[in-house]
Write a protein that binds this ligand. Structure first.
Ligand code: GLN
Length: 532
């Protein structure tokens, strides 16, 4: 096997940015011309995060092949050229599910099925299956060292060093090095403890990424290295940064890519990170600024709408604009004496994102109406597109009963209804319309102009769809159906006539936006707002 494996673990605390660290390692190796891929291993029992509450777990990232995955896969795709699949993320639930199925089939030939070797072998197989033609596979272990749940993963990656050879495996450990303001000191003890924990499992980290609010001095690096059996130049500062897109540049400046290729014995060209440095320069000195309104109850919890927040940042960058996001609570604005104008005073563009359930839908529709009537550039995503269609049916087409079957089963007035078979799938994981589907765009439409092509591929995650019976009622009044599935049976994009920018998409464009290539719909939205 020609692939090399980098294992990324995290210690001391969660939320240190292990996903960004793994993604940034991918970015700097790709900048040296290497072909990389990623694996995220999650130590929970859910088979995938699709059934988990995004407020607790963060966004569910949807891959091209329709897997509902951890949000770190979104970072991996945004920082590199990879297109990930179902195979790039697995959980303890999936591992056990597969081992138990094999046991029931009799595959283990009478053996007692145990964590070691059966679960660990399953984990190793799943990691190795991603080698393919990749030069480097970056494997992130979810959770924090010391978690009971994480032990089988650590055992599996420990074994892989013996299986594959020391020059084919590298252990990178991300830790926290706190700076205590009261004493003005940097503290290395938590890192020492965390490495001790790894050593007790049999893993000696090769590289330490030390998350710190300031640069580590040579003395501190030497001290950490001494206590953790790591050479001083492999103790890397992972300094806090204003933007996650600065991390690849900082790692490269610290020599991380050099250390990795030395240790893994890889020959590469010099890194070319010009695209990243140009991006960071642009981010620091934007020409314009604007305010964008996001309507949703929990929108301020950025982790739940990670890709959306990133897509907005990318679109700002593409327009040389810093975008300030203001969160509008739909339940606030639907209160009887609410002053809509005061909430929308500074808002130059509006997004109503995807979501589930009726809560807040009236307020979301009030804000859509406001954007429609006041000609504020608007993008409705998935639920946002569905609500835009209902709002239009109610207030322009005079159908007061217009609604979605997600909120009420009544077939009458159901502008949005369940796709075939979906109403009975409610409690099951992995059963929505998921992943990338082709969509044909109408000639002469705004979306066709923005994309610059008439057939696109976008990712979906929904159970309901636009009810075709309403096409001939809504279209003549001005809500144009400008994107459909190639056989025209599913409405994918609607657009308002006589409005500078009013687009609703059944798909989630945010999953395809990247810092270096902003998505045309978000880029167009910000552009339209700046032209006002
Ligand atoms: N709840 C809606 C549906 O299932 C919208 C889903 C979404 O916004 N992702 O169709």
């Amino acid at each position: 096997m020609k692939s090399k494996f980098i294992f990324v673990t995290g210690g001391v605390a969660s939320s240190l940015g292990k996903g960004i660290a793994a993604s940034s390692i991918g970015a700097i190796l790709e900048a040296r011309g290497l072909k990389v891929t990623f694996v995220k291993m999650d130590p929970y029992i859910n088979v995938d995060p699709g059934t988990m509450n995004p407020l607790e777990h963060g966004e569910v990232f949807v891959t091209q092949d329709g897997a509902e995955t951890d949000l770190d896969l979104g970072h991996y795709e945004r920082f590199s050229k990879v297109v990930l699949t179902q195979d790039n993320n697995f959980t303890t639930g999936r591992v056990y599910y597969s081992v138990i199925n094999k046991e029931r089939r009799g595959d283990y030939l009478g053996a007692t099925v145990q964590v070691i070797p059966h679960i660990t072998n399953e984990i190793k197989e799943r990691i190795l299956a991603n080698a393919k033609d990749n030069d480097v596979v970056i494997v992130e272990v979810g959770g924090t060292t010391g978690d009971i749940e994480g032990l089988p993963y650590l055992e599996a990656i420990r074994q892989l060093k013996t299986d594959l050879g020391a020059s084919n495996t590298l252990y990178v450990h991300l830790t926290l090095v706190p700076f205590l303001k009261t004493s003005g000191e940097i503290k290395t003890k938590p890192t020492q403890h965390s490495v001790k924990e790894l050593l007790s499992i049999g893993i000696q980290p090769d590289v330490l990424l030390c998350r710190c609010e300031r640069d580590l001095s040579r003395d501190v690096k030497r001290k950490i290295g001494l206590f953790c059996n790591v050479s001083e130049n492999c103790v890397i500062t992972a300094k806090d940064v204003a933007s996650i897109y600065e991390v690849p540049l900082n790692f490269q400046r610290e020599g991380l890519d050099e250390r990795i290729i030395e240790k893994l014995n890889i020959w590469t060209r010099q890194p070319d990170l010009k695209m990243w440095s140009d991006l960071v320069d642009r981010m620091k000195n934007p020409k314009h600024k604007m305010v964008l309104g996001l309507v949703g109850k929990y929108m301020a919890l950025k982790e739940s709408y990670k890709s959306l927040n990133e897509a907005i940042i990318h679109a700002g960058l593409a327009n040389d604009c810093s975008v300030e996001i203001t969160y509008i609570d739909p339940e606030e604005i639907s209160k009887p004496n609410a002053q809509l104008e005061s909430h929308f005073k500074d808002v130059q563009a509006l997004i109503v994102p995807g979501g589930f359930g009726e809560r807040g839908s009236e307020g979301k529709m009030l804000s859509i109406r406001y954007a429609r009537e006041q000609k504020i550039p608007f993008l409705g995503i998935c639920l946002g597109m569905q609500l835009a269609s209902i709002e239009f049916a109610r207030n322009v087409c005079g159908i007061p009963k217009a609604h979605s079957q997600e909120f009420a089963p009544d077939p009458e007035g159901a502008v949005i209804h369940y796709m075939h078979g979906q109403a009975s799938n409610m409690t099951k994981g992995g059963t929505m319309r998921l992943g990338a589907y082709a969509c044909k765009l109408a000639p002469g439409s705004l979306v066709e102009k923005l994309y610059g092509k008439s057939e696109i591929l976008e990712r979906h995650r929904h159970r309901l769809e636009f009810n075709n019976a309403f096409r001939e009622i809504l279209e003549p009044k001005g809500l144009q159906i400008v994107g459909t599935s190639p056989d025209r049976s599913l409405v994918e994009v609607v657009e308002l006539k006589d409005h500078p920018f009013f687009i609703g998409t059944q798909f989630h464009p945010e999953f395809l936006s990247k810092p270096l290539t902003s998505h045309p719909l978000f880029k167009g939205l910000i552009g339209a707002a700046l032209d006002l």
